[in-house]
Design a protein around this ligand. Structure first.
Ligand SMILES: [Zn+2]
Ligand SMILES: [Zn+2]
Length: 432
């Protein structure tokens, strides 16, 4: 099923014309109603009239998360506050929150995009969906909720916090779909398994997002719960969940580029990379009213393909994220992503994807310890066996990361489970 065939299967030529018209309108609007953008454009000597179609996109200035913080709270809004009907905010670990505002029309488009994504994942009005993202200032809960309602599905607003209640209702209501973070879904699966309830559920599909996960983790979730798991992408600065989602072919995430114009750039030169090459994802919102953003640097690393998908959609696809340019750790001068550790662990089979990276510094040298949970069935008390496994994981991590890591095996279920975004890294170097 395709929610909006006219837009999702539009020919590339038609799409480019539509995007161009919307871009011109957006640039004109921000120039005249957001002093921040007017100043930025004046500084580099361009006027709205210089932007005629999407080939002029590269003339425009970039926007960063720091720009949102510096204009806290409403400095980048392009409409009077009376037109704003909803505020969301993401709490940064450093500094002020990033605040975004939505007009009525923004909320409608957001629901439309989430409805497209959920339809792509195989959810329909016949489904009962548990939304187990946090409800509140975080965009996950309400974003998924409104989209699922628009779709006509029966929405159960679980939020996070009570896994027992969630699994009980999953069984009693016969829930067929769930939206939550992938790490929380794994925790739910473990809980069901522990209670011998895995065969009592009617779950068919999960739509997971809000944190990076690997293809292996997706497959593990699918096998454990006997469902299809889809990757939904979004960020509050651009809208929230529903900027992109993968279809039943799981070959990258379709971007709703009639609303969010994507670019992939080299984060150092800031120039576009070729189709299929890895770079930083950048979005220009071309229909947003509340807080339209020009060339917002997401820091997410991916590649893009404009080939028509087997599902018939012409929407471009971005590959599974290779990490975030700001999640990237530099350990002994080497770029390390938590997703590399996860991928290496999942390939082994003896370990679970629950891990914690502890980065520290001893005698001016960076150290990396990876605590890894061992699968129950491999967890034995025989020291010799555990030592062998430790060596094997250390070898796999050395291969994957290009630096040595000390591995510490921990008991199954000893690493704290999160209901929101999983914490994977403790960088003690920053505390000094
Ligand atoms: Zn699948
Ligand atoms: Zn597709």
């Amino acid at each position: 099923m395709i929610w909006n065939e006219a837009k999702e299967c539009m020919s590339r030529d038609e799409k480019i014309v539509l995007q161009g018209a919307r871009l011109v309108k957006t640039v004109d609007r921000v120039y005249h109603s957001v002093p921040f953008y007017r100043k930025k454009m004046q500084n580099i000597g361009i006027e709205p009239g210089d932007i005629r179609d999407i080939t002029d996109l590269e003339k425009l200035p970039f926007t960063t998360k720091a720009d949102l913080r510096e204009n806290y709270p409403f400095g980048l809004f392009a409409v009077p506050q009376s037109e704003i009907v909803r505020i969301h905010a993401s709490s940064g670990t450093t500094g002020k929150a990033t605040v975004v505002g939505y007009t009525r029309r923004d909320l409608d488009i957001w629901s439309e995009c989430v409805a497209r994504a959920f339809t792509m994942a195989g959810v329909s009005k016949d489904d009962i969906i548990q939304v187990a993202y946090g409800y509140g200032l975080f965009t996950g809960g309400l974003g998924a909720h409104n989209g699922a309602e628009k779709l006509g599905a029966t929405v159960v607003p679980m939020s996070t916090g009570n896994t027992k209640k969630l699994t009980t209702m999953m069984i009693d209501f016969g829930a067929t779909a769930i939206a939550c973070t992938p790490s929380y879904l794994l925790h739910i699966a473990e809980t069901l398994e522990e209670n011998g309830e895995l065969d009592m559920i009617k779950l068919k599909v999960a739509i997971c997002g809000a944190e990076p996960w690997t293809e292996n983790m997706r497959k593990q979730i699918e096998a454990k719960l006997n469902i299809h798991a889809h990757d939904i992408y979004g960020l509050s600065e651009i809208m929230g969940p529903g900027v992109a989602c993968d279809c039943e072919y799981h070959k990258g995430l379709h971007v709703y580029d009639d609303h969010f114009l994507p670019e992939v750039i080299d984060p150092d030169t800031l120039l576009a990379v070729a189709e299929g090459e890895l770079g930083e994802l950048v979005f220009t919102t071309i229909t947003k009213e509340g807080i339209p953003l020009l060339r917002y640097r997401t820091r997410d690393l991916t590649s893009i393909s404009y080939e028509t998908c087997e599902c018939g959609r012409t929407l471009p696809r971005i590959s599974r994220f290779k990490g975030r340019s700001d999640d990237m750790l530099i350990i002994r001068g080497v770029n390390v992503f938590p997703s590399q550790v996860e991928a290496a662990l999942l390939e082994m089979g003896e370990t679970s994807p629950h891990y914690m990276m502890i980065v520290d510094r001893a005698n001016n040298l960076d150290t990396l310890e990876v605590q890894v949970e061992v699968n129950e069935r491999f967890f034995s008390d025989e020291i010799k066996e555990l030592e062998k496994l430790t060596k094997k994981i250390e070898h796999a991590l050395q291969q994957a990361l290009g630096i040595a890591a000390k591995v510490k095996l921990v008991e199954p279920k000893s690493i704290e489970r999160s209901m929101g975004k999983a914490v994977r890294v403790i960088d003690k170097r920053k505390l000094v």
